[in-house]
Design a protein around this ligand. Sequence first.
Ligand code: PSU
Ligand code: MN
Length: 302
Amino acid sequence: MNLPFHIQSEIAAALRDGQAVVALESTLITHGLPYPQNVETARAIEASVRAGGALPATIAILQGQIHVGLSEAQLLYLGQRPQAAVRKCSRRDLPLALALAEDGATTVAGTMIIAHQVGIELFATGGIGGVHRGHPFDVSADLQELGRTPVTVVCSGAKAILDLPATREVLETNGVTVVGYGVDEMPAFYSRRSGLPVDVRLDTPEQVAAVIRARRRLDLRSATLVTVPVPAADELSPHVVEAAVVVATREADSAGIHGPAATPWLLQRVMQLTEGASLQANTALLRHNAFVAAQIAVAVQQ
Ligand code: PSU
Ligand code: MN
């Protein structure tokens, strides 16, 4: 087989030996945060995975080659590239980045595909994409991918800029098992509660590992979504978030921002409108989710 993967040797060895590995996405590095906070955050997330007992595998495309695990130099390179120079890669975009020898950042969807291809079960991120407010047909490819690629995505729910009730419905339609990790309702990204149901509440990595094993025994092709609330100390008030999202959404609509540009634009605008509080919540939940994903990865290997 001649697959276009460059797997860091430490990660390749871990996968061979059945050690815990956690995949990480790269869109939040290129399209989510400004330099140098993006690189600092990426490093902090990797450190959290290690603290949880697993190896981090940040996934990105560099000059048309898929990398599983980035060196310090590669992370810096990606973190300093202008957003316009990096293709944001969901399923449809992956062949383009490879064929055109481009740099590409993988979204939740893109990262799930590559993680599954190289045999990584756990993937940690901040929030998944979903149904956009006021645009019921602008549905993130993340929701399709969760219905067709059997990995476990650890996140804090869907991004708060989205239509969360509609996103919850599509998860159900697509056959995605939604776990609340230590919670009875789905978190709402920057805030701990959304009022939306989970399919089950689980409280330990071992309980989640049992669900993953059952899904594998059934050979289901859909994902397990583990939703973890932002740490209470870093939570934003739902009212503050909602006020910012309403303003940002109205502005995006009048500026005609849509498609793949919408999510990064809205998140950045919310960051400005909350004067950085959303950035603080975002980095805190990313680090916490990475730690939880590592613990689940360890439990799955036992
Ligand atoms: N984090 C950010 N900005 C982003 C994303 C994450 O700070 O743009 C990405 C995630 O990778 C997620 C994607 O998968 O946004 C969803 O975008 P879309 O709605 O175009 O599918
Ligand atoms: Mn979108």
